[in-house]
Design a protein around this ligand. Structure first.
Ligand code: SF4
Length: 96
């Protein structure tokens, strides 16, 4: 699962940081960005700002996206991933 933020819509309230400070950060401009492995991806609007989310943070990131007042946190599932697998904490879905 990967996540990115449309900084043009961000209100800067910091709710996402409250939910998962390992993935979301607020910089000096007051706007939120994503980070991956401790590195802030602050290149708005490019694929370089798409951060891979560790499984242990997946539910917090989804919750942050749900409460984001700017509706500007976007989640992209990896191939073979489903919403239920992400929310159940099982990123490798069972084959049927
Ligand atoms: S919750 Fe949304 S609007 Fe608020 S700081 Fe985070 S990305 Fe920006």
């Amino acid at each position: 699962m990967r996540v990115w933020i449309d900084q043009d819509l961000c209100t800067g309230d910091g709710l996402c940081v409250d939910h998962c400070h390992d993935v979301f950060v607020q910089l000096e401009d007051g706007i939120a960005y994503v980070s991956e492995a401790g590195q802030v991806l602050n290149d708005p609007g490019s694929s370089g700002s798409l951060a891979r989310v560790e499984e242990r943070h997946a539910q917090s990131v989804v919750r942050a996206a749900e409460v984001c007042p700017g509706e500007c946190i976007f989640i992209e599932l990896d191939e073979g991933e489903t919403w239920s697998s992400v929310l159940d904490g099982d990123s490798v879905p069972q084959s049927s």
